[in-house]
Design a protein around this ligand. Structure first.
Ligand code: ATP
Ligand code: MG
Length: 284
């Protein structure tokens, strides 16, 4: 569905590459996570793939249509939600969606229904200038679904939303995924990436450092730590043991042999561990 080959992009005419030679493909119906630290080049990539920035080097196609090809044909197939909300402040939420719906040459979904889906039913007739940041973000998300796109690009659709709204949008994304829509999802939320994505790519300094399923990455890079509770002079003691080398295994063996162990829990590796391991930084 999405084919990207040797994509490179520089904002300053070739000295530094914000996107530095990336290639990947996303199959039909797949949810592909695009992860990485601030400034890694995620938004730049999405902007190129959605035709907002020019293609400087490399190539990309969506559903067999070249990103540089005929614009209207391309725009009819994709939905895009940007990191920074861009909507008409003087129009209401409903008027915004009606206006954008008119730009498509394909049948569009009912704007009122989409606003409801994004939890904006009470703000339908409010001017977008009066919307809060999270409301604007949800409006942009609703707008990205207008043409019932085959391929949906979402850049940080959830960051900045309150927990209830975040859960609602996450569920909507799940529903879209279940309908077979291909999704390119950029996010800093490792739980959401883990839950929604079939595969994820970690981008760092414009390059893909690793690309795999969340499960494989957690197995490969996650911490292998177990939490052991054992009896120690009548009291319960707790110890975290790393199993990456023999010392840990020996310690576990000793505790087991002494028959003192009460519980053993493996600490589940998370994508956040993988992120830190791969990029050497935590999330800001
Ligand atoms: N309009 C611009 N002009 C010049 N440089 C830019 C512009 N937009 C982004 N950059 C630079 O390109 C690099 C990649 O930025 P980009 O916005 O793609 O990162 P990102 O991965 O989306 O980060 P974040 O997680 O903060 O959203 C950064 O070094 C950034 O400073
Ligand atoms: Mg970004």
């Amino acid at each position: 569905m999405l084919e990207v080959k040797n994509l490179r992009y520089s904002y300053n005419g070739g000295k530094d590459y914000a996107v530095d030679g990336i290639s990947f493909s996303v199959s039909k119906g797949e949810t592909f996570g695009f992860l990485g630290p601030n400034g890694a080049g995620k938004s730049t990539t999405q902007k190129i793939l959605t035709g907002l920035l020019p293609m400087q080097q490399g190539s990309a196609s969506v559903a067999g249509i070249d990103v540089n090809g005929q614009k209207s044909k391309f725009f009819n197939k994709i939905g895009v939600s940007f990191e920074i909300a861009n909507a008409y402040n003087k129009l209401t939420g409903l008027e915004n969606l009606e206006y954008f719906a008119g730009l498509f040459d394909v049948p569009t979904r009912d704007p009122g229904e989409l606003l409801k889906l994004a939890g904006l039913e009470e703000a339908v007739n409010m001017k977008v200038g009066e919307y809060s940041k999270g409301m604007k973000q949800r409006l942009i998300f609703a707008r990205s679904l207008l043409n019932d796109p085959e391929m949906l690009f979402l850049d940080e659709p959830i960051s900045g939303l309150d927990p209830t709204s975040a859960r609602n949008i996450k569920n909507v994304i799940k529903g879209i995924k279940d309908r077979g829509t291909t999704i390119f999802l950029t996010t800093h939320d490792m739980h959401i990436a883990d839950e929604l994505c079939d595969r994820v790519a970690f981008l760092d300094e414009g390059k893909i450092v690793v690309l795999d399923t969340p499960r494989n990455l957690k197995l490969r890079y996650g911490q292998k730590i177990i939490n052991v509770e054992y009896k120690d002079n009548g009291r319960t003691a707790e110890e975290q043991i790393s199993l990456i080398d023999d010392t840990g295994w020996e310690r576990l063996h000793v505790l087991m042999k002494e028959g003192k162990v009460e519980t053993v829990h493996s600490k589940e590796a998370t994508l956040e561990h993988v992120f830190i391991e791969l990029t050497g930084r935590g999330l800001d």
